[in-house]
Design a protein around this ligand. Structure first.
Ligand code: S3P
Length: 454
C-alpha cells in the first residue's frame, strides 16, 4: 500500500504483497484535467478579448508555471484550486506587458516552448525564460529555429538551444515551415507566433501530433485551416482577434493510463476511469491495450466543448506482448514509460521503436525506465530509439528512484503494485507535476475491495 511520507524520505509501495495479502485495485477514479488542454486554455484565454472561464483546469505544478508567467505579464487569473472554475481576464493579442523579472517555467517544457512562440512577436519588449535543472537541459532550438525563419530574435546557450533564453520581441512575418519532429509543442508555438505575424503561416508536421491547439484556437475565433494528409498541414491567417469563452477540460488520458495499465496487470483488479479525454490524437494507448488483448470498455462516449470524452473500464486478464513505432508514437508519447511496465507483465517480447523523443523529455525516459525496471529484475534491453522487453519475468521489490520525472514516479508505483515484495520510491513527490492527488487515489483504489470508491 502507498504510505504518504514527508517529502525527502522514500515512499513504501506494495508492502503487503510479500505477506501473502496482495492489495488489488478496484473502484472508480476521476483523473485531473488534461495538462495540454489546461496550458492552452490559460494561454489563449490570456490573449483573448474578455473573460475566459476554465472548468476542470489541472491544478498541478506545470499549469501553475504557465499561470505564473502570464500573471507576471499583467494577466489577471483567479486562484487555481481543485474543483473551482478559473477565470482569465484576457488582455488581447498585443496586451502582454514586459515582465520585471525572469519568467520561471519550472519543470514545464510546454510552458517554455509555447511562451517562446507567444512572446517572440511582442514588438519592443524583452523577456527572459528560465526553468529548473531538467528544463535547462531540454532542447529549445526546435522551436527557436523555425521561429527565427519568421524573424524571431532568441538568444541563449549553445545557439539558443538551452535556457535561460532571452527574447527580443520583433514583428514577425508568416512563413511555410516543415517541422523536423512531430511535436505539438513546436506546432503550437508556431501557431501562437503566427497569430500576430504579417501574412499567413503554414506548419507541416512529419506526423500528426496532438491537435488541441487547432481545436481550441478555432473555438476562440482564430482563422485556421487544417488539411493535407491526416491533418499534418495547418495554415493560420492572422487578423482575427480571439474572443474569451468557456473551456471545459476533460480528464487527462496520460494520467488515466496509469490506472488502465494498473488494472490490466494486477490480479483481481477492475478500475473505471471517468471523464477521460479521448481525442484521437491521444488515444494510441487504447490501441496498444487492444493489441495486448486487455479487457477494456469505453462507456458513455460524448462530446464536451469540442473534445471527445468517455469513461474507460479495464479489468485484469492475461496480456499479449505488443509492438509500437512510426506514426503511432506521437499519439502515445507520454504513455511509453507505463507501457514498458505493461510489457513486463505480458506474455512474449514487446518492442518499442522510433521513440528517441523520450530521451529529451523531463528525463531520458528510455534510460531511466530501463535502469529502474532493471533494478526490479525486468528482462529488458534499451535500444537507441526504444526498448525490447521480454515479458513474464516476476518483478521484485527494489529501491527505486523517479529521478525527478513525474511519469516515471507513477509508472514505478504501478510496477511496485505487482512486485513480489515491498519497494521504496525516492523522489515520489515528482508526481505533483501532472497529478497532485495520485498517491491518494492509489491508496483509495487499494483500500476499496468491492466497488466504486467514494
Ligand atoms: C505536449 C506535447 C508533447 C508531450 C507533452 C505535452 C503538449 O510533447 O510529451 O507532455 O502539451 O503540447 P512534444 O510536443 O514535445 O512531443
Amino acid at each position: 500500500m502507498a504510505v504518504a511520507t514527508p517529502s525527502g524520505s522514500p515512499l513504501t509501495l506494495g508492502s503487503n504483497a510479500g505477506a501473502g495479502r496482495r492489495h488489488s485495485l478496484r473502484g472508480t477514479v476521476r483523473v485531473p484535467g488534461d495538462k495540454s488542454i489546461s496550458h492552452r486554455a490559460l494561454l489563449f484565454g490570456a490573449i483573448a478579448e474578455g473573460e475566459t472561464r476554465i472548468e476542470g483546469l489541472l491544478p498541478a505544478e506545470d499549469p501553475l508555471s504557465t499561470a505564473a508567467c502570464l500573471r507576471a505579464m499583467g494577466v489577471r487569473i483567479s486562484p487555481i484550486q481543485a474543483g473551482a472554475a478559473v477565470l482569465v481576464q484576457g488582455v488581447g493579442l498585443d496586451g502582454l506587458q514586459e515582465p520585471e523579472d525572469v519568467l520561471d517555467c519550472g519543470n514545464s517544457g510546454t510552458t517554455m516552448r509555447l511562451m517562446l512562440g507567444l512572446l517572440a512577436g511582442r514588438c519592443g519588449r524583452h523577456f527572459v525564460l528560465n526553468g529548473d535543472a531538467s528544463l535547462r537541459r531540454r532542447p529549445m532550438a526546435r522551436v527557436g529555429q523555425p521561429l527565427a525563419t519568421m524573424g524571431a530574435q532568441i538568444h541563449g546557450r549553445a545557439g539558443a538551444n538551452f535556457a535561460p533564453l532571452a527574447i527580443e520581441g520583433h514583428q514577425l512575418h508568416g512563413a511555410v515551415i516543415g517541422t523536423p519532429v512531430a511535436s505539438a509543442q513546436v506546432k503550437s508555438a508556431l501557431l501562437l507566433a503566427a497569430l500576430t505575424a504579417s501574412g499567413s503561416t503554414t506548419v507541416i508536421e512529419p506526423a500528426r501530433s496532438r491537435d488541441h491547439s487547432e481545436r481550441m484556437l478555432r473555438a476562440f475565433g482564430a482563422n485556421l485551416e487544417v488539411g493535407g494528409d491526416m491533418g499534418r498541414l495547418i495554415c493560420l491567417h492572422p487578423g482575427s482577434s480571439l474572443r474569451g469563452l468557456t473551456v471545459v477540460v476533460p480528464g487527462d488520458i496520460s494520467s488515466a493510463a496509469f490506472w488502465l495499465v494498473a488494472a490490466a496487470i494486477t490480479p483481481g483488479a477492475e478500475i473505471t476511469v471517468e471523464n477521460v479525454g479521448l481525442n484521437p490524437t491521444r488515444t494510441g494507448i487504447l490501441e496498444v491495450l487492444e493489441q495486448m488483448e486487455v479487457q477494456l470498455e469505453v462507456l458513455n462516449p460524448r462530446d464536451v466543448a469540442g473534445e471527445p470524452v468517455g469513461d474507460v473500464r479495464v479489468s485484469h486478464g492475461p496480456l499479449k506482448a505488443f509492438e509500437i513505432g512510426g506514426d503511432l508514437i506521437p499519439r502515445l508519447v507520454d504513455e511509453i514509460p507505463i507501457l514498458a511496465v505493461a510489457a513486463c507483465c505480458a506474455e512474449g517480447v514487446s518492442r518499442i521503436r522510433d521513440a528517441e523523443e523520450l530521451r529529451v523529455k523531463e528525463t531520458d525516459r528510455l534510460a531511466v525506465m530501463a535502469r529502474q525496471l532493471g533494478a526490479m529484475g525486468a528482462d529488458l534491453e534499451e535500444t537507441a530509439d526504444g526498448m525490447v522487453i521480454q515479458g513474464g519475468r516476476p518483478l521484485h521489490g527494489a529501491e527505486l528512484d523517479s529521478e525527478t520525472d513525474h511519469r516515471v514516479a507513477m509508472s514505478l508505483a504501478v510496477a511496485a503494485q505487482v512486485a513480489d515484495s515491498a519497494s521504496w520510491l525516492h523522489r515520489s513527490e515528482a508526481a505533483a507535476v501532472s497529478y497532485p492527488g495520485f498517491w491518494e487515489d492509489l491508496a483509495r483504489l487499494q483500500a476499496d475491495p468491492t466497488g466504486p470508491a467514494g
